[in-house]
Design a protein. Structure first.
Length: 312
């Protein structure tokens, strides 16, 4: 009896202390340079409802020209969204704009004869943006199934590796609000704020890597969308990203950062949010002290830039 009790106590303690791995991303691989095949696959995405809004091919060429980086044969970010699938989800959980669009990622190291491609796991996306509602979460995760099936069918990968992690940071999002003064037309406020945003971040050496206006897109599709305004910026810092991706290209599944901004119907407040770069450290298991410092410094800098343009 005593022995059985001790065994039960030990098992309980182990269960309490063991952290179970979660899949951050599943990367698929093929031997050789698969850039042309990958690009051909992208061309067919619209047929299954996905749109590439801001393609960024061969970012590694820019790294090589500017910094002499020669560790990458290919690095590409392709901002992708299933507009029809995310419309109702964004209405109910606007923070999903942090991964709408998400990156359809490709990379190849110069020293490795394998091309890798994939995207962040939608369950991990949901965890980062706090999507706890079971029905909405299931709807979001299932929306990726046609994409994953299409990629496998089209490219026929022969290799697979999973990026696994045990715990996300407690503080996963950067969030701000900006008051809209009484008497100011929303269109005028948006024009002025977007100009301030772009000027401030470009002055801090960031690149505006994309822009997607969901409100206008759904208006064009003649679909209801219960916001007065909703748009997403893609943001990148070239020197920072070179320092991370030159030997941790897998972390590019998070790039470029999606910053969502929206105004609810009748409100006089702009809501702003984005996933913190701290998530990169947790999901990709980044251990290098210099990289960790660079990531945390950039999180802090982004916060300061937003504060400089009146975000609170």
């Amino acid at each position: 009896m005593v022995l059985n009790f001790k065994r039960a106590l030990f098992a309980t303690a182990m269960t309490a202390t063991i952290a179970f791995a979660q899949v951050g991303a599943t990367l698929h691989g093929l031997k050789g340079d698969q850039e042309k095949a990958f690009n051909a696959m992208l061309d067919g995405l619209e047929g299954i409802g996905f749109v590439v809004s801001d393609p960024h091919e061969r970012i590694n060429d820019g790294y090589k020209t500017k910094y002499g980086t020669d560790t990458l044969d290919n690095l590409g970010f392709f901002s992708t969204t299933n507009d029809a699938a995310v419309r109702e989800l964004l209405e109910k959980h606007p923070q999903l704009g942090g991964f709408s669009p998400f990156n359809m990622h490709i990379f190849k190291y110069a020293k490795e004869d394998v091309t890798w491609f994939g995207h962040l796991d939608p369950n991990t996306m949901a965890d980062i943006v706090g999507l706890d509602d079971k029905a909405l979460r299931s709807q979001f995760v299932k929306s990726f199934e046609p994409l994953d099936a299409y990629v496998k069918e089209t490219l026929k990968p022969t290799m697979e590796k999973k990026i696994e992690f045990t715990k996300l940071p407690s503080d996963k999002l950067i969030e701000f609000t900006v008051a809209i003064e009484d008497g100011v037309e929303l269109s005028d406020f948006i024009d002025e704020f977007q100009s301030k945003y772009e000027e401030a971040f470009e002055a801090a050496q960031y690149i505006i890597a994309g822009y997607k206006n969901f409100k206008e897109a759904y208006n064009d599709m003649e679909l209801p969308f219960n916001y007065d305004a909703y748009w997403v910026y893609s943001l990148c810092h070239f020197e920072f990203s070179n320092g991370i991706f030159k030997d941790r290209a897998d972390a590019g599944i998070f790039a470029p950062c999606s910053i969502y901004m929206y105004v609810k119907p009748g409100e006089k407040v702009l809501h702003i949010g984005m996933p913190k770069l701290e998530n990169w450290i947790a999901v990709n298991g980044i251990k290098d002290a210099k990289k960790i410092k660079a990531i945390r410094d950039l999180d802090a800098e982004v916060i300061q830039v937003f504060k400089s343009i009146g975000a609170k």
